[in-house]
Ligand binder design. Structure first.
Ligand code: ADP
Ligand code: ASP
Ligand code: MG
Length: 416
């Protein structure tokens, strides 16, 4: 007998027929003698719909009220799964974020999980009752409902697994594992049987949405064994395994190590340019301090060489979801910063290549620039880390860029 967490994403929960499929999988684990906690997402498309209502109500919505609205999708699916399990003869009970509770900080719309009280959870599992927990939600000081940022149900699942000391955390989704790139864009992407926490963390942080970034960071810190697998397909690899395991670097032997592990893209960034910013100490600080105070994460930054006029252009990216708020903050700070124009563009995409092999091999970035250049794709901004190179390009070229880079780094699967 083991304690396990099973997490099901939006596509897996979209409609009663699919919820029945999920319930059947849960039942199988219960019948195998395991103690099971299930974490569920809202039905596919539901959170987008709820976010849309908030935006329609006001472009500068109050994040506290946004959380009240968007957490609702998971409340529905957790109740529906509990009903379905009960109907199949499996005792089950739902536990909303505030009922367990799952404590978070007060960073509404992107809250971080602090502590999870496992008293109710332990009692439920000991009594043989499956605990169904809505992902994505928690409760902050003052009993306010919070949400964890888009894709946050993965983080709920890993946090629950860590708190209840689960043997494993299985993330069931609509693909059968983590691939070298999004298999919906590159059909010749290869499934990875194992990927390190560190590489998965980078891949997730640059847009491989198969796992939310924070879930990987948390799994790494708490040493939770995470597996990504399909909720629709039970096919096994030649070695009898399913899905992709996220592991420590020591668990990958040299034979399996690749220079580049994967390529990711992210269309959810917006580019902002401030023209004619005075070229003097403190000017850049005056731009980014108010953005930081507003809780907005700036990603790529490019500052041009000063013009002869003693001013410079500063370009950077922010999450598209924070664009309206960013523009508002910068307009309010215009006197302090003293810029010329404020322009923005949402038709951009960030393309990133990730791999621990970069630490010991030169030339990864130049291959990227040359490959994109040969296709006439212009690079608008660049950032790098120890194991990642990212470039910003026009959004229309996203699919082409990912495909040609996948080939250039030798990641294409053999034709079947
Ligand atoms: P869920 O609703 O189950 O949480 P998501 O849509 O959040 O599912 O994540 C699964 C999707 O992630 C896949 O359908 C796939 O299109 C996308 N994806 C992006 N990059 C990758 C990758 N490297 N490997 C696998 N899937 C990826
Ligand atoms: N339903 C939320 C979202 O769509 C959380 C999740 O599915 O992980 O972002
Ligand atoms: Mg997801």
């Amino acid at each position: 007998m083991a304690r396990i967490v099973m997490k099901f994403g939006g596509t897996s929960m979209a409609g009663i027929e699919r919820i029945r499929n999920v319930a059947a999988r849960v039942k199988r684990e219960v019948e195998a003698g395991h103690e099971v906690a299930v974490v569920v997402s809202a039905m596919a498309g539901e959170t987008d719909r709820l976010v849309g209502f908030c935006r329609e109500a006001s472009s500068l919505y109050d994040p506290q009220e946004y959380d009240v609205v968007v957490s609702a999708g998971e409340q529905i699916t957790s109740g529906l799964l509990a009903i379905t399990l009960q109907a199949m003869g499996v005792p089950a009970r739902s536990w909303l974020g505030w009922q367990l509770p799952i404590h978070t900080d007060t960073a509404f719309a992107k809250a971080r999980i602090g502590e999870i009280d496992t008293t109710a959870l332990d009692e439920s599992l000991a009594a043989g009752v499956v605990a169904v927990i809505p992902g994505f939600q928690g409760v902050a000081e003052g009993n306010r409902v919070t949400t964890l940022g888009r894709g946050g149900s993965d983080t709920s699942a890993v946090a629950v697994a860590a708190a209840m000391k689960a043997e494993r955390c299985d993330i069931y989704t609509d693909v059968d594992g983590v691939y070298t790139t999004d298999p919906r864009i590159v059909p010749r992407a290869r499934k990875l049987s194992k990927v390190t926490y560190e590489e998965m963390l980078e891949l997730a942080s640059v847009g491989a949405k198969v796992l939310q970034t924070r879930s990987v960071g948390l799994a790494m810190k708490e040493q939770v064994r995470v597996r990504v697998l399909s909720s629709f397909d039970d096919a096994r690899d030649e070695d009898g395994h399913r899905g992709t395991l996220i592991v420590g670097e020591e668990e990958i032997d040299d034979m399996e190590r690749q220079l580049i592990t994967g390529i990711a893209h992210d269309k959810n960034e917006a580019k902002i340019t401030l023209t004619a910013v005075p070229d003097r100490p403190g000017a850049v600080g005056a731009i980014f301090a108010p953005l930081a105070d507003a809780g907005i994460n700036v990603d790529m930054i490019v500052q041009n060489i000063a013009h002869s006029t003693g001013s410079t252009d500063v370009t950077f990216t922010v999450p598209s979801a924070d664009l309206a708020r960013s523009l508002d903050v910068l307009e309010k700070a215009s006197g302090e910063i003293g810029y010329g124009n404020l322009v923005h563009d949402t038709r951009v995409a960030k393309i990133s290549v990730v791999g621990v092999g970069m630490r010991s091999h030169a030339g990864v970035a130049s291959t990227m620039f040359q490959t994109l250049g040969a296709r006439g794709i212009n690079i608008l901004a660049i950032t790098t880390s120890e194991i990642k190179v990212s470039v910003l390009i026009e959004e229309d070229y996203t699919e082409l860029a990912v495909r040609v880079l996948h080939t250039a780094y030798g990641l294409d699967a053999e034709a079947a």
